[in-house]
Design a protein around this ligand. Sequence first.
Ligand code: NDP
Length: 329
Amino acid sequence: MSTFRAIRIDKAEKGTSASFVDFDRADLMDGDVTVRVSHSTINYKDGLALTGKSPIVRRFPMIPGIDFAGTVEASTHKDFKPGDQVVLNGWGVGESHLGGLAQVARVPGDWLVPLPAELSAAQAMAIGTAGYTAMLCLMALERYGVKPSDGPALVTGAAGGVGSVAVALLKNAGWHVAASTGRPEEEAYLRSLGADEIIPRAELSGPARPLGKERWAASIDSVGSHTLANVLSQTKSDGAVAACGLAQGMDLPSSVAPFILRGVALLGVNSVLVPKAKRIEAWNRLAKELDQKKLASMTQHVGFDDVMRVAEDILAGKIRGRVVVDIPA
Ligand code: NDP
């Protein structure tokens, strides 16, 4: 077929507009691997791109979707041949390179990761950038050297995508897990993923003191702003915080006190430009360490028609866990 179904974002008079289109293959961007996409997903960043609430998209027209999984249709790359199953996260796909909310994607093969044998394409997208980032956060904490015997681990934004996977991964790694959420009705859900205690979001979302009571040996923060400032001020001596998100805000109204008086480490995590070897390690670990029953319990499937509703809902903090977009065959 010379065209395929896709979501396309165009520049509008005010901001951007998203529509369903038949996209011409001739308009795909350069790449040595063409993939028949079977599943994509909606992360927080996709919500920003689809609604135009933040300038995520840097080229128009754009096919959004920072993740996809599917089957190689054509390849001139040495590592991939037709029929191979692949997964992609980041690299500016859905931002500056045409993305995954489409039946077909074409990308440089160096950006692709072979789908681990233990995972289906749907499961890989249930993990998606959010879950893969949760694994990168765990790896950052481990590389720094904090361990479960040092004390409890805290996850903020726990009922969201990064947070849900982080709770399950930390529990599997042997941590006592505290899950911070603004949705008390999700307590049973979070406990089923592995949370040992629930921390109300309001305890962390106001202005932080320079130093608070020492509570956490390690944290995974997807919220930023005052929440991250509070997490830092409550981190135990020589503890570490992996920071990846900005659901509360981009700011960090903190002080140097946790760093200079407690030796706290703030570890930044950017999933977009991770080198290939580390990506493969992260995906292989996800395939082995993330309980597939827990993954299923945190995942809902939607169709193309639901994408715009989900985009609004994820920005409103209403989505629990992860969303897979089933791409029509
Ligand atoms: P989700 O919307 O699924 O999760 C975010 C969660 O944060 C919500 O579910 C909610 O959790 C909490 N939250 C939302 N609004 C607020 C608020 N105003 N104050 C405090 N908490 C709030 O998004 P994702 O999990 O997909 O992404 C989370 C963050 O991580 C985003 O900012 C995203 O951009 C970032 N991210 C960064 C990556 C990187 O490479 N650095 C990669 C992936 C994500 P609850 O209801 O439990 O309180």
